[in-house]
Write a protein that binds this ligand. Structure first.
Ligand SMILES: C[S@@+](CC[C@H](N)C(=O)[O-])C[C@H]1O[C@@H](n2cnc3c(N)ncnc32)[C@H](O)[C@@H]1O
Length: 311
């Protein structure tokens, strides 16, 4: 599963598009992962604590759905906080397969989980879950369950999400299922505050991409050269994060010259917000049937359990 070596080529390709784009998976170098953890603690960032509250309340029901002896495959483990909660609830899991593009996060999270669950087989995969994934253990050795929390699915466009989830369904086989968290459409002020926190941590997280580009390409460019912008695009039902160039500048990235106009935007993240109906439609189009759904008292966030269709 090649990943790190595509950083430079993907950055150059994205910066040659109009509008310029950087894939959100590149946020997660060591510093980016630490900043993301800080974001999850912010008062404005309701997503993490809301999803955790849903898990805390409904994990017994989720574990019942998952059943005994399942292999849990996680897309984007992060710090593994929700994973620990899930693995404590699931009945006698057969194995745990975390996949993450951040090597530091993956090492740190799996070390802690291995200490907490010494008898559990853990097979970490360092890589990009968008590229081809093959399971390190036979996929027919019991039920495979994908855990995909954090509303990370919202970083895909709806069409990309369907393509991705179809591949996921093929990976886990006909007995497979999916436990997935997504963020619901809500008051625009709540949405926009979550990506524009008062302490500026999200801005630092966004601008850390510039620091990473400077480091990996060996070019003199500073995060302060770009402004953070995040807003809700209601037509598309998504938060958009952009970086805005303060000045016009030309960067030499390996053999490519990339020119930025003053005020030019780079799109760095989409975070789609769904209603229960629009998200159920994504799951149906991806070959999953929704079996159960849980949400918080404010209707901010939803966790869905869906099984692979047998049609
Ligand atoms: C929004 S965070 C969510 C972390 C955690 N699952 C949670 O719910 O708090 C996204 C995580 O997915 C990882 N990630 C993002 N894009 C990825 C990709 N294409 N392949 C593998 N991991 C990815 C990041 O490194 C990060 O740990």
């Amino acid at each position: 599963m090649p990943i790190v070596d595509t950083f430079k080529s993907e950055i150059i390709a994205g910066l040659r598009e109009t509008p310029k784009r950087i894939a959100s998976k590149f946020f997660y170098d060591e510093r980016g992962s630490q900043l993301f953890e800080a974001i999850t603690q912010l008062p404005e960032y309701y997503l993490t604590r809301t999803e955790i509250s849903i898990l805390r309340e409904h994990l017994p029901a989720m574990a019942e759905r998952i059943g005994t002896g399942a292999t849990i495959i996680e897309f984007g483990t992060g710090a593994g906080v929700k994973t620990k909660m899930l693995l404590e609830a699931v009945h006698n899991p057969r194995a745990y397969i975390p996949i993450d593009i951040s090597r530091e996060q993956l090492t740190h999270a799996t070390t802690k989980l291995a200490e907490r669950f010494p008898n559990l087989e853990i097979h970490p995969i360092f890589g990009d879950y968008i590229s081809e994934i093959s399971l390190p253990i036979p996929s027919d050795a019991g039920k495979n369950v994908i855990f995909f929390p954090g509303s990370t699915v919202g970083n895909f466009t709806p069409d990309e999400a369907i393509q991705f989830l179809r591949k996921a369904a093929a990976l886990i086989g006909p007995d497979g299922s999916l436990l997935i968290g997504f963020d619901r459409v809500k008051d625009i002020r709540v949405l926009e505050a979550a990506y524009n926190d008062a302490q500026g941590i999200t801005a630092e997280f966004n601008r850390n991409l510039i620091r990473r580009i400077g480091r990996e390409f060996g070019v003199a460019i500073s995060p302060e050269d770009f402004d953070h912008l995040a807003f809700f695009n209601s037509e598309e039902s998504r938060i958009e994060m952009h970086l805005v160039s303060g000045d016009s500048r030309t960067l030499k990235l390996d053999d490519e010259e990339i020119t930025f106009a003053q005020g030019e935007h780079i799109v760095t993240e989409y975070s789609y917000k769904y209603t229960p109906e629009t998200f159920a439609a994504i799951l149906t189009a991806s070959g999953f049937s929704v079996q159960d759904r849980w949400c918080d008292e404010n209707n901010y966030f939803e966790v869905c359990y869906a099984t692979v269709d047998h049609k």
